[in-house]
Design a protein around this ligand. Structure first.
Ligand code: GDD
Ligand code: MN
Length: 365
């Protein structure tokens, strides 16, 4: 039996990486010779059976562990959960698609032998590092994202987008309540969440080309990145979700007016009928957009769930509409001249109501 105390945990977020799991463990085994380590695969119930592939390894190699999250998605939150699930003093995060250079891990552990350091970060942008075979387009996008991050949070990191780093577990655990956990950028989240500047060292590595499987970085991920930046800057004033919910509501009002003018003006329907159709259209628009964006992480799927969700959203919003009209009418009674301000406050109260109740009932769990 191996009684050496655990030196290092390696958290591996995985989604549809079945082909890469065994290779990664074999490479870790080679790279981490002489260290007592465990690898924690955090899978979000991948349809390709990644979790089962990892469990197949775990049954014969006790250094391998698996967390299979069911009904949730998200790279950052997967990393956070994995990092909280170890007793090792140092925890590293590495991609499960073999793009990060695992031979850098021992150097990260050695760097953290210095008690003054909190993190050792793999960087593609310090001397000796590189983004490997990236095309011009990806290089440009990555550079833009890096510049944006500097704007939003004054990091001096050369590679704030890096998803490859090691951190002292205790430091990480203390930060968890402050982490946003949205999107792809866990390192950025950690660095900007800390109330005191974290001490870090950057170690160069070359980003490898993906051999098997495909990248999950898409437009939604890019959007989530912007949301995460927003959250860091303004999240305390107006929470992201409420901002998105309201923005969608504003666009929904446009949909309402569009459908109304189509029915009433162009098709010559009676006003009441046009208004009812417009309301249902706007409600449906808001429901689906909020489901896809605002509540992406708790997204309702399948006919049953969608119909139930739509009905509960309609109920919440009709009460919201009554509240809206009631508040506006009351304020208008109090101050006769202020019709516009009364109406706007009514809308605000309705929006807060719809947001609060739909997050509890329509997208609650
Ligand atoms: N559990 C879980 N849930 N894992 C995920 C999810 C998810 O929703 N999305 C992606 N992953 C896993 C992938 O399976 C892979 O192991 C790792 O996270 C990185 O995802 P990729 O889809 O391969 O992303 P990439 O190669 O474009 O991005 C990488 O490079 C960036 C630097 O440009 C990641 O390392 C980023 O973190 C890094 O910032
Ligand atoms: Mn990748």
């Amino acid at each position: 039996m191996d009684l050496a105390p655990l030196d290092l945990a390696i958290v591996v977020p995985v989604f549809n990486e079945r082909e890469n799991v065994a290779t990664l463990v074999a490479r870790l085994d080679r790279a981490l010779d002489g260290l007592a380590w465990e690898a924690i695969f955090v899978d979000d119930d991948s349809p390709d059976g990644t979790a089962e592939a990892a469990r197949d390894l775990a049954r014969v190699d006790r250094r391998v562990r698996v967390i299979q999250r069911i009904g949730r998605r998200g790279l950052s939150s997967a990393c956070i959960e994995g990092m909280c699930a170890t007793a090792a003093p140092v925890v590293a995060v590495i991609d499960g698609d073999l793009q990060h250079d695992e031979t850098l891990l021992p150097a990260m552990v050695r760097a953290l032998a210095d008690p003054a350091l909190d993190l050792a970060i793999g960087s593609r942008f310090v001397a000796g590092g590189s983004t490997g075979e990236w095309d011009r387009d990806r290089v440009a996008k990555s550079a833009l994202a890096t510049r944006l991050s500097r704007y939003a949070m004054k990091t001096e990191l050369s590679d704030p987008m890096s998803g490859f780093f090691a951190i002292r577990s205790a430091v990480l655990r203390d930060l968890v309540p402050r982490l946003g956990g949205i999107g792809f950028k866990i390192l950025l989240d950690i660095m900007s969440a800390s109330p005191r500047p974290l001490a870090f060292v950057e170690l160069p590595y070359t980003f490898r080309t993906r051999a098997a499987g495909e990248s999950k970085l898409d437009h939604v991920v890019a959007m989530e990145y912007l949301i995460a930046l927003y959250d860091r800057r303004f999240g305390r004033v107006v929470p992201v979700r409420f901002a998105m919910f309201s923005a969608i509501g504003a666009i929904g009002t446009g949909v309402h007016m569009g459908v109304l003018s189509l029915g009433y003006v162009l098709l010559g329907w009676p006003f009441l009928a046009s208004q009812i159709v417009a309301t249902v259209a706007a409600l449906t628009f808001n429901f689906f957009l909020n489901n896809a964006l605002t509540y992406r992480d708790r997204r309702l799927r399948g006919w049953r769930a969608l119909v139930d969700g739509w009905v509960s959203f309609a109920l919440v919003c009709s009460v919201g509409a009554v509240a809206n009209v009631g508040v506006a009418a009351f304020l208008h009674d109090v101050r006769q001249g202020a019709w516009a301000a009364s109406a706007l406050l009514g809308v605000l109260v309705g929006a807060v109501w719809n947001y609060a109740l739909s997050s509890r009932f329509t997208w609650g769990r």
